[in-house]
Structure formats: structure tokens, C-alpha cells
Ligand binder design. Structure first.
Ligand code: ZN
Length: 139
């Protein structure tokens, strides 16, 4: 069995953002030279997500609106977690619903996506450096 482990680093300039990371992961699959296997991609921070969906601007806007409706950032005093002195309780909740990781099959050396599937990094408490783990295993 072969494997490749790499860490991607993202530092977004805003509190929240969605970053399309499909190209990054595609390049790592090529680098791994694995033809048949699995690719795990996970956020290494509890206020960020990795998920798969459509690369369509309207949908990304809808996610932002939906997540703010479920767990608004303001007022920060509404959250128990923020009594610790933090202001990111909403970011933990948003991460929970958007997920920690994705796993994609590798078939014939390529990510075996369904139609319109692309990989996103979801940042919910940005303006600092965060890592994403990519682990690829197979033959
Ligand atoms: Zn926190």
C-alpha cells in the first residue's frame, strides 16, 4: 500500500469564507501516484469545515445566509461558550453542521466525483492560519 500525507494552510482575511480547494486536492492525488484508493480531507480546527457541494456562487451565498440564521454571530453574549472570553461559539456550531471531513474514492488515478461535486474549505472564525489534512491511501 502507498500513502501520501500533506497539510494545506489557509489564512482567510474575513471571519467567514468558503474556499474551493478541489485543485489542491487533485494535485496531491496526482503526486501520490495512487490509482485505486481513498482520499481523506479534514479540517484540523474546530471552527472550520471541509465539505463537498456545487461550485455555484448563489449556493455559497445561501449557505452563509442559512448558517447565520441558525447560529448568528451577533449578539455574541447569547452563547454560553463565549463566557470563556471567546467570541466564536457560532463558528463551532457552523462547523458542526457543515462537517469536519470528506472521503473521496480514487478510481483510475482520479478523484471519483459525482456530477458537479467540488471540495470546499469552510472558514467560520478566520483571520488566522489554519490547516487541512490530506491523507491518500491505496495502490
Ligand atoms: Zn471557541
Amino acid at each position: 500500500m502507498k500513502s501520501l500525507t500533506e497539510y494545506l494552510t489557509f489564512e482567510v482575511k474575513t471571519r467567514r469564507a468558503f474556499v474551493n480547494i478541489t485543485e489542491h486536492v487533485t494535485k496531491l492525488v496526482a503526486k501520490s501516484k495512487i490509482q485505486d484508493g481513498l482520499c481523506l480531507v479534514n479540517a484540523m480546527h474546530i471552527t472550520a469545515s471541509v465539505f463537498i457541494n456545487d461550485n455555484e456562487g448563489g449556493l455559497l451565498h445561501d449557505y452563509e445566509k442559512w448558517l447565520e440564521g441558525l447560529a448568528p454571530h451577533e449578539p455574541t453574549s447569547q452563547y454560553e461558550h463565549n463566557k470563556t472570553g471567546e467570541d466564536n461559539a457560532d463558528a463551532h456550531l457552523k462547523r458542526q453542521i457543515m462537517g469536519r471531513e470528506i472521503v473521496i474514492a480514487i478510481t483510475n488515478g482520479k478523484l471519483d466525483f459525482g456530477p458537479w461535486e467540488e471540495i470546499f474549505y469552510g472558514e467560520f472564525d478566520g483571520k488566522r492560519s489554519k490547516r487541512v489534512l490530506v491523507k491518500i491511501i491505496g495502490e
